[in-house]
Write a protein that binds this ligand. Sequence first.
Ligand SMILES: C=C(OP(=O)(O)O)C(=O)O
Ligand SMILES: [Mg+2]
Length: 432
Amino acid sequence: MASDEDFIISSVHGVLALDSRGNPTVKVIAKTKAGVGVGIAPSGASKSSKEAIEKRDGGRGWGGMGVNQALSNVNTIVAPRLIGLDSRKQSLIDGVLIEIDGTPNKSRLGGNVTTATSIAVAKAAAASSGVELYEYLGGPGAKVLPTPLMNVINGGVHAGNNLAFQEFIIIPAGAPTFTEAMRMAVEVYKSLKSYLSDKYGKTSTNVGDEGGYAPPMNEVREPLEALRAAIKAAGYELGSDFFLGIDAASSEFYDPEKKAYRVDGKLYDPGSLLDLYVQLVDEFSIAYLEDPFHEEDLQHFSEITAKLGSRVLIVGDDLYATNVKYLQEGIKARATNGALVKVNQVGTLTETLDYIRVARNAGIRPVISHRSGDTEDPFIADLAVAVGAGVIKTGAPARSERLAKYNRLLEIEDSLGPMATYAGREPFITRA
Ligand SMILES: C=C(OP(=O)(O)O)C(=O)O
Ligand SMILES: [Mg+2]
């Protein structure tokens, strides 16, 4: 039986790590007498302007992406304040990080510093108590395995092709278990490879940042047609075994001067883009649509949610940046029925859990997400089960930084035994 002493933080150390794009990032190792926790900050490419700021050393090696100052912040500013505190007091510890930082966007310490530290402390506390991380964070009710949103065709700023939309997603919602969902999704991922190779040549199966293929396509219908064909060729039915999803990440192709969106070489005003989404939803059994409009356009989010929200999860990512302040504006405007959750957008676990609670209370589905620059840290797998999110977005079933999360979920399903529940279609039964 662990004693209170076992949970006292004895050291906090920052060390350089690399993310999946080869960029430096912050790893924090937190120790107590009885356990060790490691947190590594991921990093986005299609970032919201509302996100916590990563501390980077402009111009000094690493192509201006260095984290020397961030690591020094961990070792000289954060560590002395956290040593001696009880690692189980997550909100106290995150409160100390927020207080030391003292800015609205973590720009003094760095969101990469606070994220890695906050996660490391949670893991150290779990390790010290001898329970699994998802049990520590979620308690005995944590037993729901999330439905994976698998981004198997990459576009936008995650790939070197001409697709405006960033992510084309398969959703194995009809599987009976998470393990079966992975098997079915991998079958489709492989069948998609054959389809692309036959139709577009073998260079079309090179992969993008999140492990999805990055074929030389020019129009947003093409990947959806490819996914539909690959699902059929693998022997599954679109609309029951699988649904499709899109993360448009539309802030990236919005032209603020023209107040219009550049898709497939054409300019769409918000109304005609909305019509395009409606057509695609009907034609391709789309059950998930993230960031259909740019990050300041609450009005069109509200319009699309009024129109499609009874059958599609409409999700705000750049719109909310995992920040309660922006989420509350969305709740007032009935802007979405889903909210993406990325710990490093806000910078601490406590603020992330607050955001999830506020979303839930408003009937908004939290969707736990990786970043396009990610690492071997499987933290979000445990977080998804802990909060019973029901949905996780963590890329293709390939590339080790994505597999770290999927493999952890396979392990969690196994360790939960017969009481494990796969979320399946449930998160996609929505309300407008
Ligand atoms: C994961 C995403 O990309 P990034 O990490 O580049 O923001 C996303 O937009 O949902
Ligand atoms: Mg997104």
